[in-house]
Write a new protein. Structure first.
Length: 438
C-alpha cells in the first residue's frame, strides 16, 4: 500500500469479524444493479502529499471519464488512517461507495467479507483481460485459488533514498548495500551533525512492511504454510529486533521517529534533515515538498549480505493499490467502465506518472516515461526481489497486532528501555494472542 498509511486500529478486528458474517455485498439484498446508471461514488486513497494534491490529480481524469461515458463520479479522497475502518463499516452497513481503492495487502481480508465483486474471467474480459496485468501485481489481489477481489491500479516497491550532498560531506561515495554498511554510514553521517535514517515508528503498516522484509531476510514468515499465525518463531523475533535495533542499539534512527506516523520522515528527508529514507515510490512526494530530483539518489533496500534477489535476498514487499467494486452497487455497468478507464494504458501512464508509481499494466509499464533511473530501481525490485505479504483472511488483524507490537517496541527504545530478544518475543506473543483462533 501507499506511503502515507497510518494503520487503522481499534475497531479493525471487531469489524472484520462482523463483516465475515454479513451477507454478500454488505446489504440485505447482496446483489448489484444498474438502477443509477448516471452516477457512481469513488473512494480514492490518499496517494499524494495531501488530499488537495490528490483531488488536483484525479478530478481532471474523472471529468474526462464523464465526457466519454456521461457518468458523474463523486470523488472522496480518504486518509489512510481512516480508510480500512471505513471500508469495513461499509461492508456491514451496505452504505459505502461504488468503487474504491484498497491497499493491496488487505485484498484477502476484504475478500473474506464477501462484499466485493469477484474478478472472474468474464469480468476481466470486460476490462481487456487479466493478461494485461503484470504477475507481481496480480499476486496481491486476493487469496490463492480464488478469483481476485480487486484489480491492480498502482504498483510500488520500497527503495533507499539518499541525500547526495550529505553523503559527500560524510565522505561516503556510494549507497550502502548491506545493513552493516548502512549502520557504518549512519555513524559517519551523524558525526557530521545530520540524522542518518528516517522511520515511521508509530505507523503500524510501515512497521509491518519493514519487519516482513527483515523476516524474509532471516528465512522466516509470520504465517505457517496452512495460514496459522506464527509470530514468535526465531526468525521473526530476530527480524523484528533487527529493525527496532536501528533505533535501540545502532542509534541510526532518531528516537523522535518513534512517534512518527504521518509522513514526517519523508518531510525530514525532503528538508535535508535526514540522509536516508526507506520508502515506496517517493519521488512525487519529495518533489511536491520542494526537493529536486538531482539532490538525491535511489538504491535498493539493503540485504544481510550479497545483492537483492529471491528468498533471503528479498528487499521489498510488493506494494501497491488495487481497485475494488462493492457488488451491491447500483451502477454495476458504470463501475466496470470506470475500472476499465482507470486501468487503460493512457490513464495508467497519467496516474502513475503523477504518483511516481509503476503501472501494473504491462503496456503502460513498458512506456519510455517509466524508464527513469528511479523507476528502473523500482521495476527491477518488483520483478526480481519483492515478495507479496500473506494473502490470508487474517492479514488485516496481523497488520494491526504485529504493527502495534513494533510500535510499542520503538516506544521502549525511545524511552531508553532495553529492547531484548525476550522483550521482542513477549510483544509478539501478545500480538499472536489477538489473532482469531484456528
Amino acid at each position: 500500500m501507499r506511503s502515507i498509511r497510518a494503520a487503522a486500529v481499534g475497531a479493525v478486528t471487531m469489524s472484520i469479524a462482523l463483516a465475515a458474517t454479513a451477507c454478500g455485498g454488505g446489504s440485505s439484498t447482496g446483489g448489484g444493479s444498474n438502477d443509477s446508471p448516471k452516477t457512481l461514488t469513488y473512494w480514492a486513497s490518499n496517494q499524494g502529499a495531501s488530499i488537495a494534491i490528490d483531488k488536483k490529480v484525479l478530478q481532471p481524469e474523472l471529468d474526462k471519464f464523464k465526457k466519454q461515458t456521461g457518468i458523474t463520479v463523486k470523488l472522496e479522497v480518504v486518509p489512510w488512517s481512516d480508510l480500512l475502518n471505513r471500508i469495513l463499516t461499509a461492508t456491514t452497513s451496505g452504505q459505502g461507495p461504488d468503487v474504491l481503492n484498497i491497499g493491496n495487502t488487505w485484498s484477502a481480508s476484504l475478500q473474506a467479507t464477501g462484499a466485493f465483486l469477484p474478478w472472474n474471467a468474464a469480468n476481466f474480459a470486460k476490462i481487456g483481460g487479466k493478461d494485461r496485468f503484470v504477475d507481481s501485481a496480480l499476486g496481491s489481489t486476493g487469496a490463492t485459488g480464488k478469483d481476485p477481489a480487486a484489480v491492480p491500479l498502482y504498483s510500488m516497491a520500497y527503495a533507499l533514498y539518499y541525500n547526495k550532498q550529505i553523503f559527500a560531506d560524510a565522505g561516503i561515495s556510494q549507497p550502502p548495500t548491506t545493513w552493516a554498511e548502512l549502520v557504518a554510514d549512519g555513524k559517519k553521517i551523524e558525526a557530521k551533525g545530520k540524522q542518518a535514517l528516517g522511520a515511521e515508528g508509530a505507523n503500524v503498516s510501515e512497521n509491518i512492511h519493514h519487519t516482513f522484509v527483515f523476516a524474509k531476510q532471516h528465512g522466516a514468515d509470520f504465517f505457517t504454510a496452512d495460514g496459522k499465525a506464527d509470530f514468535t518463531n526465531d526468525g521473526v523475533v530476530a527480524a523484528v529486533k533487527q529493525y527496532v535495533d536501528l533505533m535501540a542499539k545502532d542509534k541510526v534512527v532518531p528516537v523522535g521517529n518513534a512517534e512518527y506516523a504521518q509522513n514526517q520522515s519523508v518531510s525530514d528527508f525532503a528538508k535535508g534533515k535526514t540522509a536516508m529514507l526507506m520508502w515506496q515510490s517517493a519521488s512525487a512526494n519529495l518533489k511536491s515538498q520542494g526537493m529536486s530530483d538531482s539532490s538525491y539518489g535511489i538504491a535498493p533496500i539493503p540485504v544481510q549480505s550479497g545483492t537483492p534477489g529471491t528468498g533471503a535476498q528479498v528487499n521489498s514487499m510488493v506494494a501497491g493499490i488495487n481497485l475494488a467494486v462493492f457488488k451491491n452497487t447500483d451502477n454495476l455497468d458504470g463501475c466496470t467502465k470506470f475500472v476499465k478507464f482507470m486501468t487503460s494504458d493512457a490513464e495508467q501512464k497519467i496516474l502513475n506518472t503523477a504518483y511516481s508509481s509503476i503501472p501494473p499494466v504491462k503496456a503502460a509499464q513498458e512506456d519510455t516515461a517509466f524508464n527513469t533511473p528511479a523507476n528502473s530501481v523500482l521495476k527491477n525490485t518488483l520483478a526480481t526481489s519483492a515478495a507479496a505479504l500473506p494473502q490470508v483472511a487474517d492479514e488485516s488483524q496481523f497488520e494491526t497486532a504485529v504493527g502495534t507490537a513494533v510500535k510499542d517496541l520503538f516506544a521502549d527504545a525511545a524511552a531508553g528501555r532495553a529492547v531484548t530478544t525476550a522483550s521482542v518475543k513477549a510483544e509478539l506473543e501478545k500480538a499472536q494472542q489477538q489473532m482469531p483462533a484456528k
